[in-house]
Design a protein around this ligand. Structure first.
Ligand SMILES: [Zn+2]
Length: 560
């Protein structure tokens, strides 16, 4: 008997966290649905949970195993948490990639960096252009966000229409890019049988007031910059082209020359100019020229709004950078919000400037920054506009998704809290959870992709927390110790409270053990190593109060 066709939704990243977005939709016979993927993003590591890791991306094992069923990959916009994993994960899916021009330009860079083919990237125009991907007909709908060309997707399937909001806000005057167009959304809701499913951004569900427009920042920023006497340095997200423009215009209007610092910022501006979305950016000067401009006539716009160690803001906080230097009486402006988790890094930079006598100004509760995401009343407005039968909150931590569900349910919309790995059947009038798929995290560690559960980072954390002891013993042909045990410690205090060297105390105990151990133990590498590990830990606890990780190297001389 042939199985009935069904429509499924499966988030693999982004539902249960803010970051590494990856959503899968499928249509067809159960277990053989044709699939499309929306976004392949990254999230960023931190010292506490993922020390030494370079990037974090979704575990797409399920998708890779079903890659022959994937018709297409759609990228909604060029933020790292939506496109950052494309170059790394594409080889495991190998499907054509669809995006609007600016997004496609950034996607191309991501593919290029990883040596992947570029001709798989297809540039798409907004609705009414349609991408036919197996049983899916997909249209890009321009929405305002904090990067140009963000797009919602209208996904038509034989089981009904899905609107995937992607990241959006309701901004009628976004400075760069298209405004949010309620009439277009009204049409989307009215066509055919209307909207069956809305998968919707949940980031700002706890913000109670309607979001403000990007254009509202021009006046306060102009006034702020015009009032400064020394050099002005401003930072924001490199991809926020509208903000870069607003900042640069405010600087120009205050009679300042504008200089951009930071690789990411130049890349974004170049992509925006080349794709035609940025046409009238104020003239910029190079750092070599900026050095000769009087401080009161200079404004730098720099990368590093999150305090990233290698970005321009942190470099300037440490001293001279490209010949430029902050001094007493200068002003540093964060036209940005600190992403939760980055507070310490940002505060470190703020204090470094403070020590230089630089005035540090943050977003002042929204005076110098607006969010790129829809707030609660805006989300409700979109629910009203689209009137979906089913609401699937996404792009949020668990608490965001839960709150968003409750808003939907209160209005009589069937809402389902589907976190990463939850496969939901959307064929009927109610969402139906049908399966759980393994959906964890993949780490880029150096140049290698590893699983979060592989133990690599767990070992690294254990070594970092506990320190490490290396023990070398040599046993002769008769399984007798040859010479004494040799101990080296790493990441541990060298001397005990008594002042005695720790390594020597460990060696003493080990030699006593080796001298007295019986043949039964000395013949067996496992027994030797286990005993040594135990002794090392015991001595370390007694001497310095630490239980280190221990590596034992047992070398045996073999009789000729
Ligand atoms: Zn975004």
């Amino acid at each position: 008997m042939t199985k009935k066709d069904r429509l499924i939704y499966l988030p693999l990243g982004g539902a249960g966290e803010i970051g590494m977005n990856c959503y899968v939709f499928g249509y067809g016979p159960e277990g053989a649905e044709r699939l499309i993927v929306v976004d392949l993003g990254v999230t960023f590591p931190n010292m506490d949970e993922t020390p030494g890791v370079d990037l974090i991306m979704p575990d797409i094992t399920w998708l890779a195993e079903n890659s022959s069923r994937v018709e297409a990959i759609f990228i909604t916009h060029a933020h790292e948490d939506h496109v950052g994993a494309l170059g790394h994960l594409w080889p495991r899916i190998k499907a054509p990639v669809y995006a609007r021009p600016f997004t496609a330009a950034i996607a191309t860079l991501k593919m290029e960096e990883q040596g992947q083919p570029l001709d798989v990237i297809r540039v798409v125009k907004p609705r009414p252009e349609v991408v036919q991907a197996g049983p899916f007909r997909v249209q890009f709908v321009p929405v305002s966000h904090s990067i140009p060309e963000s797009a919602s997707l209208v996904i038509d399937t034989p089981a009904g229409r899905i609107v995937h909001s992607a990241d959006f806000k309701l901004d009628g005057t976004p400075v760069v890019g298209e405004p949010f167009d309620p009439e277009e959304w009204h049409r989307i809701a009215k066509e055919g049988k209307g909207v069956k499913v809305l998968t919707c951004d949940s980031t700002n569900v706890f913000s109670p007031h309607p979001g403000r427009s990007e254009a509202s920042l021009a006046k306060p920023l102009s006034e702020l910059i015009a009032a400064q006497r020394g050099m002005v340095v401003a930072t924001t997200f490199a991809s926020n082209i509208a903000r870069l423009k607003t900042l640069a215009e405010a600087g120009r209007d205050a009679g300042r020359s504008i200089c951009l610092l930071g690789r990411a910022m130049k890349r974004m501006i170049t992509a925006a100019v080349e794709t035609g979305i940025l046409t009238d950016f104020p003239p910029i000067i190079q750092p070599e020229e900026a050095v000769d401009v009087p401080r009161q006539s200079l404004m730098l716009i720099v990368t590093g709004s999150q305090g990233e160690r290698r970005a321009a803001s942190a470099q300037l906080a440490r001293g001279k950078y490209l010949g430029l230097e902050m001094k007493e009486g200068d002003t540093f402006l964060f036209s940005s919000k600190t992403i939760p988790g980055n507070e310490r890094d940002v505060i470190r930079v703020m204090n470094a400037y403070s020590e230089m006598g630089v005035d540090v100004i943050d977003d002042r509760g929204g005076l110098y920054h607006v969010s790129g995401h829809a707030n609660r009343p805006d989300l409700e407005a979109v629910h009203e506009l689209l009137r979906p039968k089913i609401l699937l909150p996404m792009h949020g931590e668990h608490r965001h998704l839960r709150e968003h569900c409750q808003i939907g349910l209160a209005k009589g919309i069937s809402a389902e809290l589907a976190v990463n790995g939850t496969m939901v059947d959307l064929t009927g009038d109610e969402p139906d959870v049908v399966e759980y798929v393994e959906a964890g995290r993949t780490y880029l560690d150096g140049s290698v992709l590893i699983g979060a559960m592989d133990g690599v980072v767990r070992d690294r954390i254990r070594m970092a927390l506990n320190g490490h002891v290396l023990v070398t013993v040599i046993l002769d042909e008769d399984d007798q110790p040859l010479g004494e045990a040799w101990v080296e410690t790493m990441g541990l205090a060298e001397r005990a409270r008594s002042g005695a060297p720790v390594a020597e105390a460990v060696e003493r105990e080990l030699n006593e053990f080796l001298d007295s151990a019986g043949d039964r133990v000395l013949k067996d590498d496992d027994k030797v190593e286990e005993a040594i590990r135990k002794i090392v830990r015991q001595v370390a606890v007694e001497e310095i109060g630490k239980k280190p990780e221990v590596t034992v190297v047992t070398s045996r001389l073999v009789a000729e």
